[in-house]
Design a protein around this ligand. Sequence first.
Ligand code: ADP
Length: 193
Amino acid sequence: MLTYPYRVGRVELLLVEGDITKVSADAIVNAANPEVEHGGGVAFAIGKAAAGCAKEYTKISQEELRRRYGEGRLAPGKVLVTPPMRLAEHGVRAVIHTVGPVCRGTWNDDHARALYAAFAAPLEEAERRGFASIAYPAVSAGIYGCPFERVVETFAAVVRDAGHRLASVGSVSLVLRERDKVKRAREILDREK
Ligand code: ADP
C-alpha cells in the first residue's frame, strides 16, 4: 500500500492509500454508528472482512455493547472493542469502534469537540492495551458528512496532542481509499509540518 510517513514527536503518523480491512495494525478503528450496526460504509467493510458477514459482526458487536455498557448505544467519546476474527490473519488484534459526529455538510464547535473525542478515545484504548500501532479510517467523513479537510486536521491534532503521552503506541495511520483524498490529506499534513 502507498504510504506517506510523517513524524509527530516520537510518533510516526502514516497516511496510507488503501483499504483499511487489508491493513496490518494491532488495532483497526471502525467509524461506527451508536447502534454498532455495520450496515454501510467502512463499518460494513470491516464487519464483512472480520466475520465473513457484516450482519454476523453486528450481532457480535451489539452483544459486546450490552455486556460492556449494559445498554444498546455506544456513547460519543466511548469505545467498544471487538475481536478481529479473520482480520487476525494479517496481525490485527482488536477492532475499536468509535462514534463520530453527524455533520451533514456543516461544521461547528460541537462537531469539532465530538470528532476530537472520537479520534482520541481509540488511541487511549490502544495505549492502555499496550498496542504499538493503530489504523483509522476518515471517521465522519462519509455518510456522516463532516468536511474532509476538518476530519484530517482533527486527526492530526489528536496525534500531535497525544504524542508526548504515548509510551506504547508508536505508529498511527490514517487509511484513505481514494487517491484524490490522499492528495488533499497530504496537502494538509505538509502544511502542518
Ligand atoms: P461515517 O458514517 O463516520 O461518515 P463512513 O463509513 O460513511 O463513516 O465513511 C468514513 C470514511 O471511510 C469515508 O471517507 C469512506 O470513504 C471511507 N471508507 C469506506 N470504506 C473504506 C475502506 N474499506 N477502507 C478505508 N476507508 C473506507
